[in-house]
Write a protein that binds this ligand. Structure first.
Ligand code: SAM
Length: 233
């Protein structure tokens, strides 16, 4: 199996629900690095226990990354190998990662991605909306900049992928309808889990659904891009 390189930062994708969605390579890396930096050590312990991974865990979360980044860089510079994981999916995608990668690159350290699950790609490819060109916007801003972002996105011709939480889904669907008008849209819920569901329809139909029944769990919205303006004849 692959040799673990000293002084290397491995970005390891973990499952987004179904514990089976992890690669052999990811398990090998997690078992053999010197240290794993995890967003939530308590949550990650469940995954690590399942795969009999006993590597030392350390917390790397948005609230401690200012302090932790230089400490992790110091360890890498000493020759230790480090794997970064998030609560779910790919680190750096709406999860901590970017700052550590930047800092590692600044110090000419090796950064190795170990690809795997990410909710955005799973939702996009199953949505049935064009997936050859798309834009990932993560979570919309909650207050400042929300209107401007929505107005910009209204002009976007590529398929749009958003993350949203269940308690904000109604508000977001309402705001999207106001900014975009009605459009084809898919709400992918609880992907890879027992209650996985794909609701395909329009923004207004999904809003009706969200008004009728409480939509729980983790969700991704995939929205059709703006139709190309037809050339005036
Ligand atoms: N790093 C992750 C990734 O690669 O997808 C994303 C982390 S972000 C903090 C969490 C958000 O991802 C959730 O609020 C939800 O929008 C989306 N998500 C994560 N797991 C999901 C799942 N199983 N089904 C649907 N959406 C999911």
């Amino acid at each position: 199996m692959e040799e673990i390189l000293p002084g290397t930062l491995y970005l390891v994708a973990t499952p987004i629900g179904n514990l089976g969605d992890i690669t052999y390579r990811a398990v090998h890396i997690l078992k053999n690095v010197d240290l794993i930096a995890a967003e939530d050590t308590r949550k990650s312990r469940i995954l690590l226990k399942h795969y009999l991974i006993t590597t030392q865990l350390i917390s790397y979360h948005s609230y401690n990354l200012k302090k932790q980044t230089p400490q992790l860089i110091r360890r890498l510079k000493k020759g230790q190998s480090l794997a970064l994981i998030s609560d779910a999916g790919t680190p750096g995608i709406s999860d901590p990662g970017y700052q550590l990668v930047q800092a590692a690159i600044d110090e000419s350290l090796r950064v190795v991605p170990i690809p795997g699950a990410s909710a955005l790609l799973a939702a996009l490819v199953a949505s049935g909306l064009p997936s050859n060109r798309f834009v990932y916007e993560g979570f919309l801003p909650l207050k400042k900049g929300r209107k401007t972002r929505l107005a910009q996105l209204a002009q976007e011709e590529r398929t749009i992928v958003l993350y949203e939480s269940p308690h904000r889904i109604q508000r977001t669907l309402r705001d999207l309808i106001e900014a975009f008008g009605d459009r084809s849209c898919v709400l992918a819920r609880e992907l890879t889990k027992m209650y996985e569901e794909m609701h395909r329809g329009t923004l207004s139909a999904l809003l009706e659904l969200a008004n009728d029944k409480t939509l729980k769990g983790e969700m991704v919205l995939v929205i059709a891009g703006k139709e190309k303006d037809k050339k005036a004849t």
